[in-house]
Design a protein around this ligand. Structure first.
Ligand code: A3P
Ligand code: EST
Length: 304
């Protein structure tokens, strides 16, 4: 059977985007946030699903346990900017969410977040992942997700990931969806310094000590689960458990080809070592230093 065509990247206000993330722009920008909404923001492949799953369990694991077994995670936590036929747009799914609070996911760079989230002073959780593992995960995701652009080979993908920008006449060959990882993590980091309701966390810390990160999330969200409940969530959200969970592993989403790569792929810190050559690593490190100079306090771990 003929494969459907992959989407083409274009420049959108300085960020590389594809149609499914910009075609509902007016509704997105006019989205009416509520004061108790919780926005989960990430660059793609930084641990969005993991943190969404944890927050869903923290808020609704006790009160409506049937949610976790009957609704896929992308319905429990809608993806705000997505608009892909024949599915309802993310804004509509969020509008019709029956829960309180509503958990909403986004990959938007901070400058694109609809203004009502700031006006309503909503809580936001930003998850960041080290650039090397993030790039590897993104590469495998673009291979298996038919609504993402064609990733090409690893070397060409890595070059585009590093370039990240779309300030070229034609950005098709020079970037990835949602633009520069460097701009994304820095933009949200700078926002966190002036916005007290923004909790900035790291994928690597979650892998190292999930329980400690859940504690920090709870104090940010004003939650106090019992020790048993916390233990249940810590265990339930471990990689092997989530990988088995049909409501969390995206196996119900047909636009993803798990024969190419599963959504829950490895869940590790340091898998980049299996992908980067010596030369790629050296070039990446040199380039990284110049791009990440402006926020010396923003530090990532590439191994544990
Ligand atoms: P890998 O491709 O490196 O395995 P997102 O949800 O933002 O798309 O991120 C997906 C990445 O998070 C994938 O990384 C996936 O395996 C990883 N992930 C998802 N759940 C996880 C968990 N419980 N523990 C560790 N990693 C997890
Ligand atoms: C999830 C993460 C991501 O970074 C990109 C995409 C694009 C396609 C999305 C998928 C996703 C989440 C699940 C869907 C899917 C399109 C239909 C499905 O409902 C929203």
């Amino acid at each position: 059977m003929e494969k459907p065509p992959r989407p083409i990247l274009f420049d959108f206000h300085g960020v590389s985007m594809i149609d499914i993330f910009t075609s509902n722009w007016d509704n997105l920008q006019n989205f009416k946030a509520r004061p108790d909404d919780i926005l989960i923001a990430t660059y793609p492949k930084a641990g969005t699903t993991w943190v969404s799953y944890i927050l869903d369990l923290l808020h609704f694991g006790q009160t409506s346990p049937e949610r976790q077994t009957s609704k896929p995670i992308h319905e429990r936590v809608p993806f705000l900017e997505i608009n892909v036929s024949p599915f309802a747009p993310g804004t509509e799914l969020a509008d019709t969410l029956p829960t309180s609070p509503r958990l909403i996911k986004t990959h938007l760079p901070v400058q694109f977040v609809p203004k009502s989230f700031w006006e309503q002073n909503c809580r936001m959780v930003y998850v960041a992942r080290n650039a090397k593992d993030n790039a590897v995960s993104f590469y495998h995701f673009d291979r298996m997700n038919m609504v993402e652009p064609e990733p090409g080979n690893w070397d060409s993908f890595l070059k585009r990931f590093m370039e990240g920008k779309s300030d070229y006449p034609c950005c098709v060959l020079v970037s990835v969806v949602f633009g520069s990882w460097y701009d994304h993590v820095n933009g949200w980091w700078e926002k966190q310094q002036i916005h007290s309701k923004l909790h900035y966390m790291f994928y690597e810390d979650l892998v190292e000590d999930t329980g400690a990160q859940i504690d920090r999330l709870c104090s940010f969200l004003g939650l106090s689960p019992s020790a048993e409940e916390k233990e249940r969530i810590t265990t339930g959200s471990q990689f092997d458990n989530m990988k088995k969970d049909k409501m969390a592993n995206y196996s119900t989403v047909t636009i993803m080809d798990f024969n190419i790569s599963p959504f829950m792929r490895k869940g590790k810190v340091g898998d980049w070592k299996n992908h980067f050559t010596e030369a790629q690593n050296q070039h990446f490190d040199e380039d990284y230093k110049t791009k990440m100079m402006k926020n010396p306090t923003l530090r990532f771990r590439t191994e544990l």
